[in-house]
Design a protein around this ligand. Structure first.
Ligand SMILES: [Zn+2]
Length: 274
C-alpha cells in the first residue's frame, strides 16, 4: 500500500465540514476536494467552484472528470493534484460505503473523520433555514444521526472523532493531533485557508472566504451579513448566543439525553460548558 491517504469527513450538515476540509487541504501535501461525490453521483455536475467562479468551463485540475468511473475517482485526483492526502467532505453515506466496500482493492489508506458540532450552534444554523424546527425533535435528530455514523464507521481501522468547537477554540492544541493522525504536518497559517488555492466543491459560508469576491462565484451562506463581517478572519461561530432565548438554552442544557451523549463523547467544549 502506498503512503497516500484518502480522508473522508462525515458529519451532520452545517457542522463545519467544509471549513475543516479547507484547513486540512491547505498543506502542500494535501488537496481539498470538497463534496467530491457530486460529479460522480449526478452526471455533468460541476467539479470545482473556484474555476467556475473564474469563468472557466472546466477545472484546471479536474478537467475530464465526467469521463472518470467512480472506482477510479481518487486515483484520478491523486494523479492530478500530486499530493499525498486527499480531503473529501461529501458527507454521503452511499459514497463512503462504496469506497469502504472497495477498500481492499484500493492502494490508498482511508480515514473516516467524524465531525461533531455543539448542538446549540448546529440547531440555530438549521433553524435559520427552517423556522419550524423544535428543540426536542432536533436533539433526537442530532443524537440519532451521529450515533448512526458512529455505528457505521467506528469499527473502521482509521476512524477519527473530532469536534468543531474544540478545533475552533483550541486550534493549536487540537489541530496538530488531527494532522498527525492523518499523516500531515500542522501549520497555524492553515487557519487562514483562503490564502491557499482550493479547487473542488463547496459553496457555503466557509467557501465565501475563498471565492466570495469573484463575480461568478456561487455561494449560499444563509447569513451573508455575518460572513461579510467576518471575511478573511479566523473566527469561532457562536451565533447561537444571540439566536437562542435564555429559556431555550435552559431547555437544551436540561436535556438528559443530550447531556449524557455529551459526556460519553467527552469533547472538551461539550463538557466544559455544562
Ligand atoms: Zn478548479
Amino acid at each position: 500500500m502506498s503512503s497516500k491517504s484518502i480522508n473522508l469527513i462525515i458529519s451532520l450538515t452545517r457542522s463545519g465540514s467544509n471549513w475543516l476540509s479547507y484547513i486540512l487541504g491547505s498543506s502542500s501535501d494535501s488537496a481539498h476536494l470538497g463534496e467530491y461525490h457530486r460529479p460522480f453521483s449526478s452526471h455533468g455536475h460541476i467539479a470545482c467552484r473556484l474555476c467556475e467562479a473564474n469563468g472557466f468551463s472546466e477545472c484546471k485540475y479536474l478537467y475530464g472528470i465526467n469521463n472518470v468511473d467512480k472506482s477510479n475517482a481518487f486515483k484520478f485526483a491523486f494523479d492530478r493534484f500530486q499530493v499525498k492526502s486527499l480531503i473529501d467532505c461529501s458527507k454521503s453515506k452511499e459514497w463512503i460505503n462504496y469506497h469502504i466496500d472497495n477498500e481492499i482493492n484500493s492502494q490508498f489508506r482511508m480515514s473516516i473523520i467524524h465531525l461533531y458540532r455543539d448542538f446549540k450552534a448546529w440547531f440555530v444554523s438549521e433553524r435559520r433555514r427552517n423556522k419550524t424546527l423544535t428543540i426536542d425533535d432536533s436533539i433526537s435528530t442530532w443524537i440519532n444521526i451521529n450515533r448512526e455514523f458512529s455505528l457505521l464507521y467506528s469499527s473502521h481501522a482509521h476512524y477519527i472523532k473530532v469536534c468543531y468547537d474544540d478545533l475552533s477554540q483550541w486550534p493549536n492544541e487540537e489541530f496538530p493531533i488531527l494532522f498527525k493522525k492523518i499523516g500531515l504536518e500542522w501549520n497555524e497559517d492553515f487557519l487562514s485557508y483562503w490564502n491557499y488555492e482550493h479547487h473542488g466543491l463547496g459553496g457555503n459560508g466557509a467557501s465565501f472566504q475563498n471565492i466570495g469576491h469573484l463575480t461568478k462565484a456561487k455561494v449560499t451562506t444563509g447569513d451573508d451579513e455575518y460572513y461579510s463581517k467576518h471575511r478573511h478572519k479566523v473566527f469561532y461561530d457562536e451565533r447561537w448566543k444571540d439566536e437562542l432565548t435564555v429559556k431555550e438554552i435552559k431547555r437544551i442544557s436540561e436535556s438528559d439525553i443530550l447531556m449524557e451523549e455529551y459526556s460519553n463523547l467527552g469533547f472538551r467544549s461539550f463538557t466544559a460548558a455544562h
